[in-house]
Write a protein that binds this ligand. Structure first.
Ligand code: SUG
Length: 438
């Protein structure tokens, strides 16, 4: 079954506010001046690499920020400029202005039709309730997914889980689907539990709740193997706020750092027992690849994809090329693997400085050819559509954005104009509140 990557188009307010909890890159770059135009163009260039490899590519639209509608909902009033200034004085403007929906690995968890009890593709939009700036994404993400996966005979887009400590859900960034001819297994990583007594990280609060992962698996009616595994508290403290910071899997290949999950040897043994000898595990010890290097350069946040030619390639962040231990690990994978044939380096530096590598920027959706034909054609990328989106970015995006600029009412107007045009280009109808309300 082909895997369609839905990349998040970077929004016009891409900035560095240091909001990512447990996210060392975001914290390190807080206050930097962002370049929304470059960030969006880097994302489109990465999509071009994937298309060039023959991997089908789609996009999810960005969200409207600063979220003036949500700011009014929490009591700010007056002109747009007055709302923005008041929110800024209250210390809330940054949280309502993030372009964080670009990281679509956090948009939803996806279970393909082949693995679900009713033979439909299931998507559970993530509530992202661990962080205020990201929790704003869920309603629009749900509307966008429903506009795209709108054939009820094939697709189910659930409501996000209820918010609150039990069900804190960060989506596919904590979910890995592994497949051999013997079996299919869904591995859910979680960081904390409201029910079980488990060791917790000391420095950073874990985001994904075990109860949320279980609820997602239940809702999707997974009929294949499922494994819930705790993220290593030491790994979270070292900056692995999602399990995809230290682990990536695709089909029968898994790349995993020893600090991704608790008791990695027992996990690998269990995976081999269930999935059989075809499963290829490339484990990195902390000695081979110090976790600090892995978190700084994100070799595990690579995309592992099957090309049109049928071989696998790694699409890795260029930062990993420049860190010898990270590059050495990826080169060892290529040398030893029976499936992975090459590494392609992608530059997504603006996103990386907020803690999002190539894999954070995409949501994988496994679809049959017929399912793909049921999607709105506008979201499926071709070289020509990427050209059109590049021109759209050049027309609407600023080359510089500081935190002070977020209070500029012109930015909101620019953002709405850009997104209004975009929904037309993608053929999505009205998915934004500003389109529905006004
Ligand atoms: O949730 N960064 C995101 C990065 C998400 C990366 N996703 C995956 N690993 N799949 C986060 O921490 C920073 C935004 C800011 O600080 O303005 C941020 O939200």
């Amino acid at each position: 079954m082909p895997e369609l990557n839905f990349d998040g188009l970077v929004g016009p307010t891409h900035n560095f506010a240091g909001l990512g909890q447990g996210n060392l890159a975001a914290q390190r770059h807080a206050g930097n001046v962002g370049n929304p135009r470059s960030a969006a163009l880097e994302g489109l260039a990465k999509m071009r690499i994937l298309l060039g490899l023959g991997v089908p590519q789609a996009v999810l639209p960005p969200q409207a920020r600063p979220d003036l509608i949500a700011l009014r909902r929490v009591g700010f009033s007056g002109s747009d400029g007055a709302v923005l200034q008041a929110a800024r004085s209250a210390g809330l403007l940054n949280a309502f202005s993030s372009a964080s929906s670009m990281w679509t690995a956090n948009a939803a968890t996806v279970v393909p039709a082949a693995d679900s009890h009713d033979g439909k593709l299931h998507l559970v939009p993530a509530n992202l309730s661990a962080q205020s700036h990201r929790s704003l994404e869920a309603p629009t993400t749900t509307r966008a997914l429903r506009a795209i996966f709108n054939d009820a005979a094939r697709f189910v887009v659930h409501d996000p889980l209820p918010c609150g400590p039990y069900f804190s859900d960060e989506g596919a960034a904590n979910h890995t689907r592994l497949v051999t001819s013997q079996r299919t297994l869904h591995l859910f990583g979680w960081g904390r539990s409201e029910v079980l007594e488990v060791e917790q990280p000391h420095v950073h609060r874990a985001r994904q709740c075990r109860e949320a992962s279980e609820a997602v698996a239940r809702l999707c009616g997974i009929r294949t193997d499922v494994l819930f595994r705790q993220q290593s508290p030491a790994g979270i403290d070292a900056g692995s706020f999602h399990s995809d910071v230290l682990c990536v899997g695709h089909r029968q290949v898994l790349l995993c750092h020893e600090l991704a999950f608790v008791e990695p040897d027992a996990l690998f043994q269990e995976l081999r027992r269930r999935l059989g000898d075809e499963l290829e595990i490339h484990a990195a010890s902390n000695r081979e690849l110090p976790v600090g290097d892995a978190v700084a350069s994100y070799p595990f946040n690579s995309q592992l994809v099957t090309t049109a030619a049928g071989t696998m390639v790694i699409v890795a962040p260029s930062e990993a090329r420049d860190v010898p231990s990270a590059r050495g690990f990826l080169e060892r994978v290529v040398a030893e693997s029976s499936h992975v044939g090459a590494i392609h380096w992608a530059s997504v530096n603006e996103s990386m400085r907020n803690g999002g590598g190539p894999a954070c920027l995409r949501l994988r959706v496994e679809l049959t050819g017929d399912d793909m034909a049921a999607l709105p054609p506008g979201v499926l990328m071709t070289e020509a559509k990427l050209d059109t989106l590049e021109q759209w970015v050049h027309r609407h995006y600023r080359p510089e954005l500081s935190l002070a600029d977020l209070a500029d009412p012109a930015l909101w107007r620019e953002c709405c104009a850009a997104l209004d045009e975009l929904t037309g280009l993608l053929g999505l109808g009205s998915i934004y509140e500003f389109q529905i309300v006004s």
